[in-house]
Design a binder for this molecule. Structure first.
Ligand code: FES
Length: 571
């Protein structure tokens, strides 16, 4: 191919359309000369660095340092680094829910990658929704992309007890509700739950998604678990900048070639072995959907039955992500799983997974990365059930559930949305026993909106004070990857979309039959038909992003992505 017919590269890529390409390049360079760059400096391949630094995202406080390290790596390899901002989403600063903003961030990332003259991009993400949003955007834009996760916090320590966000935030808050600890103890823990910059340091959604990004080939091997404040993370960022220049020069691999049936199946296997977050199923479904694939929930369940939980981290186990990193990092886990993985998939380094594992040090700390015959939990990490209450699926973090509650049949107590829950859950007159099934609805993708992490319904205060630690809880919400309990989530279709959850009334009997993977509402069909006919049509917000969301968001089993963003079509 002659040079004239090749796709433009570097700063000649995606010139603003004035009807005169030469003038567009001349003007672009004039603006860069105004920054003090010489003509020689403008010749290299361009690597974009998507920065998600934000004062409203404390998890990403180290992003500016990572930008500088990536920039250094790009420059050392002869590339031209350009940092640019995108939306940044933090779990505690996203009303009404962070998932609502994930799709907006994915659109922002995709459209910036379509608009900017980048030959490759390094995406700095970390807090729960950010890495999924970035990979979704990168797959749709199909620009060579690498991810530098900001990395996990170090564990905290309070009077000899290691503490971590947010599993221990929830545990201690529940203990205070149950009056097992006093305000002084809670306040002391408050100072130590998050002792450094970085993402939550248990195997919650952030760490799970960083590890899955590595498994999918977007993070350099071993890079997902390095603590945020270790210098090793800066060196990894520098190496990522260098690798991005190689990708910019070669034009690949492209994200769509990384997200394949094999790599998604590998990611599900890794998710199960990590005992990872239930949220990962939504994000994996969305990432797969961008590549024109469908996450098969039956296969998720099947892989779960065959894959033991190997990594001993909270909330299922005992340790923190820094322990996994010191124990051999994700490649040590991948090596344990080698016979269950497709080792021919590509990695971020360019080598196959087989080649990466061949070169990775053999040492592993078996206390943290367990052998296959000595798993952390007896059962699988994540299970998928169906039944008359959830025709399109419901997710259970099996390994964090109570065995005695897995076969359970009892009457329901129904809460209609979060305001109703807040108003009544601690009411001393609530007629609730430990056997009741707590149902929360109106908190799905459309309902809340944005499917908030409200699925781990608090144990009613009077039961908590009596020592009840767990109950069967069902909702169309999500729950934090740091949470635990016999909590059935992501009921699809949700109640706001007319799913059977909308038909449940107080006192209806619900049967959880985990052995048969079923969740059923034991009410006869005639009665359900009468109730269905009485449902009110849902109102759609009149304008803006809320309207776009309400009209186009898909259900949890499809990843809550917008219907018009799925598949491989390129505008
Ligand atoms: Fe950011 Fe947990 S809140 S990772």
């Amino acid at each position: 191919m002659s040079e004239e017919t090749q796709e433009p590269r570097g700063l000649s890529r995606r010139l603003t359309q004035y009807g005169d390409q030469g003038f567009a390049r001349f003007l672009r360079e004039a603006f860069l000369k105004a920054q003090g760059l010489t003509g020689d400096a403008l010749k290299g391949p361009v690597v974009g660095i998507a920065s998600t630094a934000s004062d409203f995202n404390p998890c990403h406080a180290t992003a500016p340092q990572l930008v500088e390290a990536i920039r250094r790596g790009v420059t050392m390899a002869g590339g031209l680094p350009f940092a640019f901002p995108t939306i940044s989403v933090h779990e505690s600063f996203a009303f009404p829910s962070s998932l609502l903003l994930r799709n907006l961030m994915a659109m922002d990332t995709e459209e910036m990658l379509r608009a900017l003259p980048v030959d490759a991009v390094v995406l700095i993400g970390g807090c729960d929704k950010t890495i999924p949003a970035q990979i979704m955007g990168a797959v749709s834009a199909d620009v060579p992309a690498l991810v530098v996760p900001v990395g996990p916090m170090l564990a905290g320590m309070d009077q000899g007890e290691r503490l971590g966000a947010c599993t221990d935030c929830r545990r201690l808050w529940s203990a205070r509700r149950a009056e097992e600890i006093d305000d002084a103890r809670l306040e002391r823990a408050h100072e130590h739950l998050m002792p450094t910059h970085g993402t939550c340091m248990v195997m919650g959604t952030a760490s799970t998604m960083a590890c899955l990004a590595e498994a999918l080939g977007f993070v350099l091997p071993g890079g997902s678990t390095i603590p945020a404040v270790h210098s090793e993370r800066l060196r990894m960022a520098e190496r990522t900048g260098r690798r991005a220049v190689e990708m910019a020069r070669s034009g690949g691999p492209l994200p769509r070639s990384l997200v394949t049936e094999s790599s998604v199946k590998n990611a599900v296997t890794v998710l199960q072995a990590l005992g990872g977050s239930t949220n990962a199923l939504i994000h994996l479904a969305a990432v797969a959907g961008r590549a024109g694939l469908r996450l098969d929930l039956e296969e998720v369940d099947r892989i779960g039955r065959e894959t033991p939980v190997l990594v001993d981290l909270k909330p299922i186990g005992r340790g923190f992500v820094e322990d996994l990193h010191q124990a051999g990092a994700l490649p040590a886990v991948l090596r344990r799983l080698a016979k269950r993985l497709d080792l021919a998939v590509a990695t971020a380094e360019g080598a196959t997974l087989a080649e990466v594992l061949e070169a990775w040090p053999e040492w592993v700390d078996e206390a943290v990365v367990r052998p296959l015959d000595r798993p952390v939990a007896a059962g699988e990490a994540l299970a998928v059930l169906r039944g008359s209450l959830a025709p399109d699926g419901v997710v259970l973090k099996r390994a964090a559930a109570t065995d005695a509650l897995l076969q359970h049949e009892a009457p329901a107590i129904v809460f209609d949305g979060l305001a109703d829950l807040a108003a009544r859950i601690d009411d001393p007159d609530l007629a609730v026993t430990p056997e009741h099934v707590l149902v929360l609805r109106g908190v799905g993708p459309i309902g809340a909106p944005g499917m908030p992490e409200a699925g781990s319904i608090p144990i009613p205060a009077k039961l908590a004070r009596a020592g009840v630690k767990d109950m069967v809880r069902i909702s169309d919400a999500r729950m934090s990857g740091t949470a635990y309990g016999t909590v059935l989530l992501h009921v699809s279709p949700e109640s706001a979309a007319g799913g059977p959850l909308a038909l449940v009334r107080d006192g209806d009997v619900i049967r959880l039959d985990f052995a048969d993977r079923r969740l059923d509402l034991l009410v006869d069909e005639g009665e359900l038909t009468r109730r269905r006919a009485a449902l009110e049509p849902r109102a759609v917000p009149p304008r803006g992003y809320a309207r776009l969301w309400a009209e186009h968001v898909q259900q949890a089993d499809l990843g809550c992505d917008f219907d018009f963003l799925c598949g491989e079509g390129t505008p």
